[in-house]
Design a protein around this ligand. Structure first.
Ligand SMILES: Cc1cc2nc3c(=O)[nH]c(=O)nc-3n(C[C@H](O)[C@H](O)[C@H](O)COP(=O)(O)O)c2cc1C
Length: 238
């Protein structure tokens, strides 16, 4: 396994990779992609970087499915139909009403920023539905990754590992001037996606990542979420 990881495609390792700090600070969720598929060697290089994520007890639990081309178009149609019909088949629960206090405020700030960018009025339910449904067009990305995982206990530790993997993948994209967006919205249709891709029931879908070349002119890419100051998140003890 280790040999496979060090046999790297030199063409995919751009000399122009961003320095760490720039990659971390320029990464943001991309909600609009160009209709230009990524070359296979770049996709493999990014996935290979993600393999280096840490995991609880070295379980390396990520089972990633990359969907492209005609298959992605078919899946998009299916997901739009299920979303319009409200036929959700999630593996894990999710309810924004669980957020409270400052967490709820931050979530509200995201909603406001996204709908403003998409020129959607708060009270226009139909337009909000359409803006949210862009998740199921993969924000026009020509490729998407579906992050499946085995189920261990209450799954909290595995989900942590999957997050580490997802962020490594996103930073690898950012370092190459590419973009991606993690999407819990795709996890709402875990059962549908599992059946469509022929994946066994014991693998659970946590989230997906649409990725590719960012479309700088897409309205969704006007969203910029800032961060709370360090002091709000970090407490030092001595
Ligand atoms: C696990 C995970 C799932 C997410 N799911 C969605 C999603 O379904 N749709 C979406 O538009 N954004 C989704 N996001 C993106 C967040 O809204 C975004 O990370 C947050 O607002 C901070 O903005 P930034 O990523 O641009 O820094 C998700 C992010 C994470 C980490």
């Amino acid at each position: 396994m280790a040999t496979q990881l060090i046999e790297r495609d030199l063409d995919a390792i751009s000399a122009d990779l961003l320095p760490f700090e720039d990659a971390v600070r320029t990464r943001r969720s991309i909600r609009g992609f160009l209709d230009r598929p990524l070359p296979e060697n770049i996709i493999r290089a990014v996935l290979d970087d993600a393999q280096f994520a840490p995991s609880n007890c070295n379980t390396q639990p990520w089972n990633t499915h990359i969907v492209r081309g005609e298959k992605l178009k078919q899946l998009s149609q299916l997901l739009h139909a299920k979303n319009d019909a409200g036929e959700f088949t999630p593996d894990f629960s999710f309810d924004v009403n669980d957020f409270y206090g400052e967490y709820r405020e931050r979530n509200n700030a995201l909603g406001k920023a996204y709908y403003e960018a998409m020129n959607v009025m708060r009270e226009d339910k139909e337009a909000r539905h359409r803006a949210g449904a862009k998740n199921y067009s993969f924000f026009d990305a020509p490729q998407a990754a579906f992050l499946f995982m085995p189920s261990f206990g209450d799954n909290v530790r595995v989900a942590g590992d999957m997050g580490m993997y997802g962020q490594t993948l996103l930073l690898s994209l950012a370092a190459r001037g590419l973009g991606g967006i993690p999407q819990t919205a795709l996890g709402f249709f875990a059962g549908t996606i599992r059946e469509f891709l022929g994946i066994p029931d014991d693998l659970k879908l946590l989230f997906g990542i649409s990725f590719g070349y960012p479309d700088d002119d897409a309205p969704g890419n006007r969203v910029r979420m800032d961060r709370v100051p360090l002091e709000t998140s970090v407490t030092f003890h001595a």
